[in-house]
Design a protein around this ligand. Structure first.
Ligand code: B12
Length: 526
């Protein structure tokens, strides 16, 4: 069960309720599973999302295990016995391209978890055994020369298997383009079956154990992660560390360093910053009609609502809200009761929100992250001077509003752009997540932004962008609009026809994007 809320607050961005109430959901799910569904893995404690958001291997390992400690403590506080739930805690790691580092990370995870669990005095050996699922990295996969991604995923899958993962997910080669097609999903699946059934490498437990290099790397990883976990503990544990913004800041710094290393050519990405083919070659990309999906879902909801007994639904939702308010009873048990009476996920979520309210967060810029990662690079200075010229001429810096709209929690790209543009001298505002196009247009008018930079990765650009353009027009705003994120090439012309001036997809060099955008801003005196 993907019941790990701390990584949502940190990097995945799908949360509704405040942290304390959210932690209660986690503990109640663990408790309900221990009592009624003992063979379910009651939580998947995830580092995957951290690496995908930019964390390095030590950060991913340390923050994940520190999250695990927090969940054990939350479950113990509800009176559960450690041996009743700990064997069913499950972990989830990301496997990137740094092959031996990833093998060492998985080996270090098992050593550290057994060590960390000692403080809870478990009696069953299974309570201290770290079991994991691994997924190959999505962010390592590129839109450029996309068949290279089959090779990347194979290398990553091998690291997962040699590191001893219990289960594995392999991504499709069209990861940076759209949701997978049946063909790309088959290749991803077959990457696993070939490893599992042809290569014979799964026959040996820990086959790299004893290699000097791997043992050294594992020991170093244990040491470095132990230090970082200790740092988190000093802050009062992961919930407190997240409230203070510590893990997010570290991850953002690592993300900025990686972006700068790729742009400076220090980290090779084949087909992106080295060995660029003349033609990337188009691959078939899955197309989904958002309106059709929405209409079909609304129809199904209407059918369910028409067939159910509303009075029993209302009673079940009231009972759930009471459990939420009084802390008596189990939240998952009460939610299952409501679902069995055909309450919808939306209604169940609303019942909890009525009791607890909504957790609202505002994104903050992290000044200096990008410029220090970039160092004294010539290209960085050139773009900064270009922006300085604008400021001197116009008496103000050029302003950019970086916008996230719709159900899209991907903010790594938006943050990378916002922090980099800010360090380059733009006046940047980063929107909160999940704006409607109307809200985005209104805020653009309020701040008088020169540029609206839409960052869109969830496949809703063909719905949200035209709506934003209309709303901007209605308000008489003439800001330059550009888009970035995962936008299949076949949709580019559609967006350009809507009035979008440029599209910056995955693999965009930020300095080049900043320079291109500068040239689009009219300015009174330029
Ligand atoms: C990292 C990632 C995640 C991370 C996000 C972490 C975070 N905090 O951002 C995690 C693991 C949490 C995640 C979760 C999910 N993801 Co995801 N994710 C990705 C991934 C692998 C990389 C995106 C990324 O961060 N790249 C690195 C940044 C730096 O690049 P970027 O955003 O592209 O930005 C660059 C350019 O695009 C451009 N740019 C971007 N914005 C802007 C704005 C301006 C103004 C400018 C000038 C330029 C610009 O410049 C940037 C620098 O180069 C993509 C696939 C891919 N390889 O692109 C899938 C992808 C976006 N995810 C996808 C999905 C489905 C999901 C989930 C729904 C999966 C699930 N079922 O749980 C969830 C949704 C979470 C949510 N709350 O919305 C799909 C979306 C499908 C679609 N578009 O049709 C994708 C495309 C993968 C796929 N093919 O299936 N994901």
């Amino acid at each position: 069960i993907q019941n790990d809320i701390l990584k949502e607050f940190m990097v995945r961005n799908t949360y509704i309720y405040p942290p304390a109430e959210s932690m209660r959901i986690v503990a109640d799910v663990i408790g309900f599973c221990a009592d009624h569904m003992p063979r379910f893995n009651s939580i998947s404690i995830s580092g995957y999302h951290m690496q995908e958001a930019g964390a390095d291997a030590v950060e991913e390992l340390a923050f994940t295990l520190a999250d695990g400690l927090e969940y054990v403590r939350a479950a113990l506080r509800t009176g559960q016995d450690v041996d009743a739930f700990a064997p069913r805690l499950s972990f989830f790691f990301c496997i990137g391209m740094n092959f031996f580092m990833e093998v060492a990370k998985l080996r270090a995870a098992r050593i550290l978890w057994a060590e960390l669990m000692e403080q809870f005095d478990p009696k069953k050996p299974a309570s201290s055994m770290l079991r994991m699922h691994c997924q190959t990295s999505g962010v390592s996969l590129q839109a450029q020369d996309p068949y290279n991604n089959v090779v990347r995923t194979t290398i990553e899958a091998l690291a997962g298997v040699l590191g001893g993962t219990q289960s594995l997910h392999t991504n499709s080669f069209d990861e940076a383009i759209a949701l997978p097609t049946p063909f790309s999903a088959r290749i991803a699946r077959n990457t696993q079956t070939i490893i599992a059934e042809e290569s014979q490498i799964t026959r040996t437990v820990d086959p790299l154990g004893g290699s000097y290099f791997v043992e050294r790397l594992t020991a170093d990883m244990v040491e470095a992660a132990r230090r970082l976990i200790e740092e988190v503990e000093q802050l009062g544990g992961m919930t407190a560390a997240i409230a203070q913004g510590m893990p997010m800041r570290r991850i953002e710094e690592s993300s900025a360093r990686r972006q700068a290393r790729v742009e400076r050519g220090e980290d090779t990405v084949v087909g992106v910053n080295k060995y660029r083919p003349e033609d990337d070659g188009q691959v078939e990309a899955l197309e989904i009609d958002n309106s059709k999906v929405r209409d079909a879902q609304i129809e199904r909801l209407a059918e369910v609502r028409a067939r159910r007994d509303q009075a029993t639904v209302d009673r079940a939702l009231e009972a759930l809200a009471r459990v939420a308010r009084t802390r008596e009873g189990n939240l998952l048990g009460a939610s299952i009761e409501a679902a069995e009476r055909r309450a919808t996920v939306g209604e169940i979520s609303d019942a909890l929100e009525a009791a607890w309210g909504r957790h609202d967060t505002r994104p903050a810029l992290v000044p200096g992250v990008y410029s220090s990662a970039y160092g004294d690079h010539e290209g960085f200075r050139v773009v900064r001077d270009e922006i300085g010229e604008f400021r001197d001429l116009e008496g103000r810096p050029p302003s950019v509003f970086v916008v996230k709209m719709g159900q899209d929690g991907h903010d790594r790209g938006a943050k990378a752009i916002s922090n980099a543009f800010n360090d380059l001298g733009f006046d940047v505002e980063m929107s909160p997540l999940f704006l409607t196009p109307g809200e985005a247009a209104e805020r653009t008018g309020e701040i008088g932004a020169d540029v609206v930079g839409i960052s869109t990765l969830a496949g809703a650009h063909k719905t949200l962008v035209p709506e934003l353009m209309d709303s901007l027009k209605v308000r008489g705003t003439d800001a330059v609009v550009v888009c970035g994120g995962v936008i299949p090439e076949r949709d580019h012309q559609f967006l350009l026809d809507c009035g979008v001036r440029a599209i910056f997809g995955p693999g965009t060099d930020i300095l080049q994007a900043a320079s291109a955008i500068m040239k689009m801003i009219p300015g009174r005196n330029r």
